[in-house]
Ligand binder design. Structure first.
Ligand SMILES: Cc1cc2nc3c(=O)[nH]c(=O)nc-3n(C[C@H](O)[C@H](O)[C@H](O)COP(=O)(O)OP(=O)(O)OC[C@H]3O[C@@H](n4cnc5c(N)ncnc54)[C@H](O)[C@@H]3O)c2cc1C
Length: 247
């Protein structure tokens, strides 16, 4: 019964995303025709164009750049949250076509850090519960016959802790919005941990596009009002450190 950790990869993204966004800005704000645009935008001007768009809140040009992440070792609870982001595109491992724990080791699952922090006895109890649920799941699969028809019903006894994997594609505007909500300390720990990894990967790929990306408190006072974590200074330092180490 393998306990798993989240893994996040930036699988692919629009080639030269910053140049593409700068080209879109150039088209909007100059008399350039397509031939002029074909000459591109000098590297040094790209950041200026992008900063101006961000300042003005003219965000549709950044929708031209897309980023595809592979995410695994996350729970079905994570899945329920990330798929609320409607502008993103998803491909998720099927629980109908793929039988979990078919190797005899049981399904993969995530143990919440707060449960691990209770100590080994409690963590072992959690793992025992996972093993018990796996036994229920395998028993129902056997009783219902093999294949997708049995998987689709047997999975009803699986917990939110069961691991899943997915590809997620977001354009830079949606990704920025997602990072703003999910890097915030108010977001649940699992999606927050993944969001910070996505921020790091996106920043490494396109630093000018994601210069200010992250929770709202990076761009001004904390927007969470009475629900603020009160740790804006720490959060800002975390983002600065991430960007320093990536530069
Ligand atoms: C801390 C936290 C707690 C949460 N708690 C709960 C909870 O208790 N219960 C719950 O159900 N959800 C909860 N959510 C999920 C939340 O309500 C949103 O569904 C989720 O964050 C997706 O946000 P979004 O709609 O802005 O993003 P996206 O779906 O990615 O949309 C991006 C933006 O596009 C625009 N947009 C997209 N679709 C429409 C539309 N149909 N009409 C108009 N504009 C649209 C909006 O401007 C939107 O902000 C929580 C989220 C967070 C971060």
């Amino acid at each position: 019964m393998p306990q798993v950790q989240p893994k996040v990869r930036l699988i692919q993204y629009t080639p030269a995303p910053e140049e593409l966004v700068a080209l879109a800005a150039k088209l909007c704000y100059s008399a350039s025709d397509l031939d002029d645009l074909g000459e591109g935008v000098a590297k040094k001007d790209q950041s200026k164009f992008i900063a101006r768009l961000m300042d003005m809140g003219h965000l549709s040009p950044i929708e031209h750049a897309s980023f595809t992440f592979g995410i695994e070792g996350v729970s079905r609870s994570f899945l329920a949250q990330i798929t609320r982001h409607r502008i993103a595109s998803f491909s998720v491992q099927s629980q109908r076509y793929v039988a979990l724990g078919d190797d005899g080791n049981g399904f993969d699952y995530i143990v919440p850090p707060a449960i691990e922090a209770l100590g080994e006895e409690d963590a072992a109890e959690f793992r025992r519960q996972m093993a018990e649920m796996d036994a229920w799941y395998q028993a129902w699969r056997k009783k219902l016959g093999s294949g997708e028809k049995s998987n689709e019903d047997a999975r009803f006894v699986l917990p939110n802790a069961a691991a899943t994997r997915m590809l997620v594609t977001m354009n830079a505007r949606e990704l920025t919005h997602f990072l703003s909500l999910r890097c915030c300390s108010r977001a649940q720990w699992e999606i927050r941990a993944v969001a910070w990894q996505m921020l790091e990967l996106a920043y490494r790929a396109a630093p000018a596009l994601f210069e200010d990306a992250g929770p709202g408190c990076l761009r001004g006072p904390c927007p969470e009002g009475g629900k603020s974590c009160g740790k804006a200074a720490e959060v800002r330092e975390r983002a600065r450190a991430l960007k320093r180490q990536t530069d």
